[in-house]
Write a protein that binds this ligand. Structure first.
Ligand code: GTP
Ligand code: ZN
Length: 379
């Protein structure tokens, strides 16, 4: 069966420039001319570039031109959790020292962030320099467009290009039904390629592999959406190779089964960390705007600049709904995500205020104690 269900033709799909493997040993890991330019000053100082494949407490595994090395990360683990080195970062490595360590990392192009449930006021960095975010959606269950929109907001917010991959297409009985499902999702996801694939009959997988070749990809989606299956299909035999490569540092850590950053046979890498799998929505403000770009465009025609599109006179958005031009479900979903986003931001601010108060209380207590000690000495 040939793959022809999606209106998004292969030519309309984004494609990352395929790195020339002869150009640089790190090209398969995403190294390109822009990274090389950013690294040039470090190279002059005898430092080497490496991509972070895994981060542990205090150390990380970095793949360099000479293979995988274990390096200390004390200089790249600041208090701000968003600035801590993470999988996908391009590290500036001092490989000559003992211990070897990361001096800094190159400015990130994109970043996936998760809101933390801890007392910390900021999010947690999950993956850096991701080009493509595959949002896996199972066709075995009824489509939940609201959920897709939520993942899209998260993906846009990170800076990566989202791709919706409808999995288990073999379970949809007829081609016409499948094309309707694809169109529904396309209408929900302006600017986002939508592909239907099946790991069972192989349809669509070659297109998907071609799209993500040369870039860095992450897999998002509900449990059971088929992410592991897609990862296995994309990776082919390379999982084994990367595991074997872990033995390069001679410490036998190849026994690990944690898959973090893996080379794809067709070029490019897949980042698959446990944290990314349960990712939520964190301050996806501009991301929400991109998911609902047609609403934002309509809003430009509202009479009031701060129109909330609820009951304002001259509201172009409500007018589009009553004209049947904009589905009411879209507007509801937009409002819901904006509200949720505001709650997260408000919660974050409240945490920050609470932390500041605690700090001032502590200082106040110290100050009082010092004053009392002084008084005591005087008495
Ligand atoms: N019929 C059919 N089943 C599939 C296909 N792809 C995956 N599945 C099945 O769907 C189930 C879930 O797939 P997984 O790949 O484990 O899903 P996941 O998203 O990784 O799930 P979590 O690990 O819970 O996040 C498994 O039983 C797969 O065999 C497909 O193309 N067709
Ligand atoms: Zn309006």
């Amino acid at each position: 069966m040939s793959f022809s269900t999606s209106r998004a033709s292969a030519s309309a799909l984004p494609s990352a420039p395929s790195p020339d493997p002869s150009a640089h040993p790190l090209a398969p890991y995403g190294w390109d001319d822009d990274w090389a330019a950013a690294f040039a000053p470090h190279l002059e100082r005898g430092l080497v570039p490496g991509r972070v494949v895994r981060v542990d407490r205090g150390q990380c595994d970095v793949v360099t031109a000479d293979g995988l090395v274990r390096v200390d990360t004390e200089f790249v683990t600041p208090n701000d959790p968003l600035r801590v080195i993470c999988t996908g970062d391009w590290a500036v490595v001092d490989a000559g020292g003992d211990p070897r360590y990361v001096q800094e990392y190159l400015p990130r192009r994109t970043a996936f962030v998760r809101s933390t449930s801890s007392k910390r006021s900021e999010g947690q960095i999950l993956a850096a320099n991701v080009d493509f975010a595959i949002i896996a959606v199972s066709l075995a269950v009824e489509l939940d467009l609201g959920r897709i929109e939520r993942f899209l907001a998260l993906a846009w917010e990170s800076g990566a290009q989202p791709l919706v991959v409808l999995t288990k297409a073999d379970l949809v009985p007829d081609a016409l039904g499948l094309s309707y499902l694809v169109r529904d999702v396309e209408d929900t996801a302006p600017g986002v390629p939508v592909l239907a694939v099946s790991a069972t009959d192989g349809s669509g997988l070659d297109v998907l592999a071609a799209v993500v070749s040369g870039g860095t990809t992450v897999l998002l989606g509900q449990s059971g959406a088929g992410k592991s299956t897609l990862a296995n299909v994309l990776l082919g035999q390379d999982v084994m190779l990367v595991r074997a490569a872990r033995d390069v540092d001679g410490k036998g850590r190849h026994t690990t089964t944690t898959r973090n950053l893996l080379v794809l046979p067709g070029g490019g890498v897949l980042i698959d960390t446990p944290g990314l799998r349960g990712v939520g929505l964190y301050d996806a403000g501009s991301g929400v705007g991109q998911v609902f770009s047609e609403i934002e465009e309509l809003a430009a025609g509202c009479r009031f600049q701060d129109c909330a599109h609820v009951a304002e006179p001259g509201c172009a958005v409500i007018e589009a709904v009553s004209d049947g031009e904009l589905p009411e479900r879209r507007l509801d979903s937009y409002r819901k995500l904006l509200r949720e986003n505001q709650r997260i931001v408000a919660k974050t601010d409240a945490r920050l205020r609470a932390e500041i108060r605690k700090e001032w209380k502590r200082r106040g207590a110290e100050g009082r104690a010092a004053m009392e000690a002084k008084r005591g000495r005087r008495a």
